[in-house]
Design a protein around this ligand. Structure first.
Ligand code: GLU
Length: 457
């Protein structure tokens, strides 16, 4: 029998990183086994469901590249446009649940109670055979001892989570339920329901939780918890997928950078780690830096443009060739594309708007640097072509002639042009800014150096 797994989120808020990992592990298992990955939106709680949350789930899964295989074509316009199938919506499957409830009622396995319908829960301990945790025996709690039966249809006629979840797993032929360990306490109920419906239970694999770095339980408000945040911050989806693979699963060796094709071929449920995973933003950001540096030029460019626009840069105010050249000086050092504003924002504001590092200016825009900077400035003004390679040559020759270090020329000029001591390659950024702006800024720096001497004398 071929594998059929599902991701079954409730659309009640942002997609959490734990949910994204559950989706990924299901997807990996489906792809590893050549089975199917079903997406089922568990939207039976109309008080807490929102369309926005559905949209976030769909866009997050698409962003991560977790394509689903099955479900009726829905009214979701983007899904249809992309040729996607599905997902299933539980809100559209009410009659299926009703027929199962009728069956339980007629067989005496469920009964009416105060307008609601309750399921006659087994009094025996239930053994949950789990592919990750091993056999877990679940006895009734003290409270359940007093009243083990539970509601499957509320008094307003709405079927509840336990029922719809189990009925759909059976109806959809789900072979493996891979979900967070927080559901383990529900699974004994689900096994009892499956048995009552005369069906074989799917196999279960409960994935350990994701904790914060300090070991506390991760909540939706914690840093790194919301998938929307990664999309908004311009993370590289492959980096996030790579990191999610490492959260609770690991190839035998200690590798951090994983090729997804290889993960698909290696991934299996027994290798899911049994201990809780700890979320480490630094590790994720460092992986993101590698993926960012490896992006092809066009994807990098688009990511940079989207980020700059989102951060409020009016890209239309600049020539597209200028924007392209500016962005081309940025790859390599950034770990997150959102750092581009700090790193290279100077390209896109007027000299007056640049934020300037006052301490560094006080250190480098000093009178002792005046004559060498002036010699360089005059050389820049005289150059035939204002291109990076020749600018670099000029720095070297001026340094040699004056017997100063190239660094003594570099710092004042970088500060003059960008307001900072670090950033893209100086010679390239000067070429992009152009001779006129560079010389105007160096002139201001020279004036500053003279003022500094006058102030001291
Ligand atoms: N709707 C449930 C949730 O989001 C699904 C649990 C399951 O995977 O069975 O937690």
């Amino acid at each position: 029998m071929s594998t059929r797994v599902r991701f079954a989120p409730s659309p009640t808020g942002h997609l959490h990183i734990g949910g994204a990992r559950t989706a990924l592990f299901n997807w990996l298992y489906a792809r590893h086994t050549g089975g199917l990955f079903v997406l089922r939106i568990e939207d039976t709680d109309d008080v807490r469901n929102t369309q926005e949350a559905v949209d976030v789930i769909l866009s997050s899964l698409r962003w991560l590249g977790l394509d689903w295989d099955e479900g009726p074509v829905s009214g979701d316009a983007t899904a249809s446009a992309l040729g996607d199938k599905g997902p299933y919506f539980q809100s559209q499957r009410q009659s299926i649940y009703q027929s199962h409830v009728q069956r339980l009622l007629s067989e005496g396995k469920a009964y009416e109670c105060d307008g609601a319908i309750k399921f006659r829960m087994t009094r025996e301990a239930v053994i949950i055979p789990d592919l990750v945790c091993g056999d877990v025996t679940r006895k009734l709690t003290d409270r359940e001892e007093r009243d083990p039966d539970f509601v499957i249809v509320r008094s307003d006629g709405k079927p509840v989570f336990h029922l719809v979840n189990v009925v759909d797993d059976l109806e959809m032929g789900i072979t493996h339920v891979i979900r967070g360990e927080d559901h383990l306490s529900n699974t004994s109920k689900h096994i009892a329901l499956c048995n009552a419906l005369g069906a074989n239970c799917p196999r279960y694999a409960h994935i350990p939780l994701i904790l914060n770095g300090d070991g506390s339980k991760m909540s939706k408000r914690d840093m790194g918890a919301s998938m929307s945040n990664y999309m908004e911050e311009g993370f590289v989806p492959e980096a996030v997928v790579n990191y999610l693979c490492l959260l609770g699963w690991s190839p035998k060796d200690d590798r951090q950078r994983l090729d997804l094709k290889e993960v698909v071929s290696l991934f299996d449920l027994p290798q899911i780690l049994r201990h809780n995973a700890r979320f480490d933003m630094d590790k994720l950001v460092s992986l993101n830096g590698h993926y960012l540096a490896g992006l092809d030029a066009e994807r990098y460019h688009q990511l940079a443009l989207n980020t700059l626009a989102r951060k409020g840069v009016q890209l239309d105010n600049h020539d597209s060739s200028y924007v392209r050249a500016a962005v081309e000086t940025t790859p390599g050092k950034l770990k997150k594309i959102s750092e581009i504003m700090d790193y290279a924002g100077f390209y896109f504001c007027s000299p007056e708007e640049i934020s300037r590092d006052a301490d560094a200016s006080a250190k480098h825009l000093v009178f002792t640097n005046h004559d060498s900077t002036k010699a360089l400035r005059d050389g820049l003004a005289d150059m035939d072509t204002f291109v990076a390679s020749e600018i670099q040559g000029l720095f070297k020759s001026v340094a040699k002639t004056l017997g100063v270090k190239v660094g003594a020329l570099v710092h004042p000029v970088r500060l003059a042009c960008t307001g900072k001591t670090t950033g893209p390659s100086l010679y390239h950024l000067m070429e992009v800014l152009g001779r006129k702006r560079v010389i105007a800024e160096i002139d201001k720096a020279l004036a500053c150096m003279l003022n500094q001497r006058d102030a001291e004398s």
